[in-house]
Design a protein around this ligand. Structure first.
Ligand code: HEC
Length: 152
């Protein structure tokens, strides 16, 4: 019976102010910090995960081989997928149209990378990396006043 008594006691609070409120996300990181601390390092993990290195010793194919390596790339892809969501938060979004489209595109392309890690498909992971890059570039071309290439 106790819980019911509590509910009755708290009813006035529910009526006067404890109703559903819009959650207030913490957006105190600047957009630049989100880019440099959240998005860029995780994009690098995806981009660096599949590549070919050619030097005097020959050609080396880099791609995830162990479960742990695939999981590390998966985690970064998942972070990028969620990063698309945090870019859409009020206080971050620069408008409610094209900015949203670019943010969704980041999530969508990161999801392809995520799926590629689950399938352990290095070709698909490489292609998804290219699509992610285009998602970054599309938004930068429109909203960022720098012409820097985020890929090394
Ligand atoms: C929805 C739009 C959007 C998307 C998507 C986006 N960015 Fe950005 N990015 C910006 C804006 C706007 C700035 C400029 C922020 C500022 O300087 O205040 C920026 C800045 C940056 C910077 C800082 C560059 C500098 O020299 O100041 C880096 C690094 C960066 N982005 C990396 C990325 C990467 C990597 C991706 C994709 C994985 C990405 N961004 C996706 C909008 C976006």
């Amino acid at each position: 019976m106790k819980p019911k008594v509590l509910v009755l006691l708290f009813c006035p609070f529910i009526l006067f102010g404890c109703g559903p409120k819009t959650p207030q996300p913490n957006t105190s990181l600047s957009l630049k910090q989100v880019m440099e601390w959240v998005i860029d390092p995780n994009a690098d993990v995806v981009w660096e995960s599949v590549k070919t290195i050619s030097n005097a010793k020959g050609t080396t194919e880099i791609y995830p081989r162990t479960d742990a390596q695939w999981e590390a790339v998966r985690n970064s892809a998942a972070t990028l997928m969620e990063a698309g969501n945090i870019l859409m938060l009020e206080g971050r979004a620069k408008d409610d149209k094209q900015w949203i489209e670019y943010s969704k595109r980041l999530s969508r392309t990161a999801e392809l990378a995520l799926k590629a890690t689950q399938d352990k498909n290095k070709e698909a992971l490489f292609d998804a990396g290219g699509n992610i890059y285009n998602a970054c570039k599309g938004c930068h071309d429109k909203y960022a006043d720098f012409d820097k290439q985020p890929v090394k």
